[in-house]
Design a protein around this ligand. Sequence first.
Ligand SMILES: C[S@@+](CC[C@H](N)C(=O)[O-])C[C@H]1O[C@@H](n2cnc3c(N)ncnc32)[C@H](O)[C@@H]1O
Length: 275
Amino acid sequence: MRSKYIVKDVLKEITQTLNSKIPRASREAQLLLMAHLDVDELWLMMNRDKEVENIDRLNSWIERRVKNEPYEYIVNSVSFYSQEFYIAEGALIPRPETEILIDEILKNVKDKDSDLTFVEVGIGSGIISIMLALKLKNAKFIAVDISQKALDIAKINIEKFGLSDRIELRLGSLLEPINEKIDYLVSNPPYIADEEILESNLSYEPQNALFGGAIGDEIIKELLDEVLKREINFFSCEMGYDQKDKITNYLKDRDYKALEFYKDLSNFDRGFTLR
Ligand SMILES: C[S@@+](CC[C@H](N)C(=O)[O-])C[C@H]1O[C@@H](n2cnc3c(N)ncnc32)[C@H](O)[C@@H]1O
């Protein structure tokens, strides 16, 4: 056991440990050490000879990262839409493409001061409802999730942003816990087919946040049925890159005003708004 652990040596050692196990090992070593010390990149550059304390915690983080556990679950933090959110196993790690869903919704809401009632199905960590609540100051949100663990994580974030009086959480499936009139339905539902084999780091994420059924689009279709039945004015939803035709066909001969798809930054079809 060494008596002193110094920033520059620790960085080198973490990089060596991570090297054969994960890509971008030296960057990850920096990120883990920065999170452990609660410092930024500049501090790390300027303090290479400082001592690192509480090395046992850092070592336990590295052991977890070597097993490919996502960095975000280890440090309990994720950045989304330029904000920091709490995250833990039990809620999906927010994906950057979901920022586009938020932009699409904001484009559709012409009057940003209106007091619309939004419902989100599958709130997960809370990122969508929270970002929308921050942008639309008079809107009210009811958010549903089938997972109590996800709701617990969302609650932490809702409190962190001081939005407990505007975002209400309900446990249940799809729109079953909602009797209110909905102005705008939002969802980033699970939409991957059950049989699809995913990268190993995804095994840490809740499976009911990823898999949407045998084909993958089952939950989206159930939500579409609800939107038409309840005559909800707007429904914006993320989807898989190969689901555009299936959704278009599903709505063939149904009564609606408009169906517009949007793409992600890699130019894949990624979601739609139904009016
Ligand atoms: C893809 S994650 C999205 C989480 C978060 N909104 C985001 O964008 O990061 C899907 C979420 O839907 C929830 N979910 C799955 N099936 C559901 C159902 N039938 N009813 C309500 N929520 C469901 C999962 O627990 C998970 O939190």
